[in-house]
Write a protein that binds this ligand. Structure first.
Ligand code: PGA
Length: 264
């Protein structure tokens, strides 16, 4: 099975709706200072609440921290009350966008088809999509986890154009049962799904494009103590982190463990 090419690990911090604007800015300022003392090469993307994005952009000037949004609309403008246009995200200086997070799929009714349209929209505007896929506990117990993830992935990319050199697409495998539960997938479970996802991508695009354009992350109860197992031995490219990304100390601990284990 083909595995990731040599690159640097990617850590995506998903702050969900956990912090308000002032708190988001204060944590980012803290993180910016703390990261100055951190050695090793890595890429860090923080996704705060949408209203905190413009202030965050100003605050992060001169910092390696990149900004991500937690959602994007499939249209540039129109009668879509409450949605955020990709144009506004680009105007704000956002570079990444999480699409199809399980909370949006399961709590807010986002469908495979909507996810696919959002991916097209993000790519058209130069936003790097972070596409989330993952099965529920019930689906895994029924032994349908590979089918479900395969269906989600295929639908997410169905209408997307073939990736060009400028497209950066991240796939985050996040089993729903592992999110926010303190029960992460074992490294065997996670790498088995990594192989399924990688093979599907290779079948569709070929190895060269997969190695050039795609990064694969694990997400679901990732913590500084357990992150190493997912990136060791050429497995995942990094992690999508919720709870453990909210405190600067825990996030820097996580980054430092990822960089230590990434090439091990
Ligand atoms: P968690 O969340 O790290 O708190 O499990 C991950 C996510 O929902 O992206």
């Amino acid at each position: 099975m083909a595995r990731r090419p040599t690159t640097v690990p990617l850590i995506v911090a998903n702050w969900k709706m956990q912090l308000g604007m002032a708190d988001s800015h204060q944590r980012l300022a803290e993180l910016k200072v703390k990261l100055k003392t951190l050695h090793g090469r890595y890429k860090i993307v923080v996704c705060p609440t949408a209203l905190a994005l413009p202030g965050a952009k100003k605050l992060l000037r001169g910092s390696p921290i990149q900004l991500g949004a937690q959602n994007v609309s499939w249209d540039d403008r129109g009668a879509l009350t409450g949605e955020t246009s990709p144009l506004s995200l680009v105007e704000t200086g956002v570079e990444y966008v999480i699409i199809g997070h399980s909370e949006r799929r399961h709590l807010l009714g986002e469908t495979d088809e909507m996810v696919g349209r959002k991916v097209v929209s993000a790519l058209a505007h130069g936003l790097a999509p972070i596409i989330c896929v993952g099965e529920t506990a019930h689906e895994r117990n029924d032994n349908r986890h590979e089918l479900v993830v395969g269906r989600q992935l295929t639908a997410a990319l169905r209408t997307a154009p073939p990736p060009t050199i400028n497209h950066h697409i991240t796939i985050a495998y996040e089993p729903v049962w592992a999110i926010g539960t303190g029960e992460p997938a074992s490294s065997a479970e996670a790498t088995a799904m990594l192989d399924v996802i990688t093979q599907l991508l290779i079948n569709r695009y070929g190895l060269e494009i997969v190695e050039r354009n795609f990064r694969l992350l694990y997400g679901g109860s990732v913590a500084p103590e357990n992150v190493g197992q997912y990136v060791r031995a050429g497995a995942f490219h990094g992690a999508l982190v919720g709870g453990a990304s909210l405190e600067a100390n825990s996030l820097t601990g996580l980054i430092s463990n990822i960089t230590k284990n990434f090439n091990a």
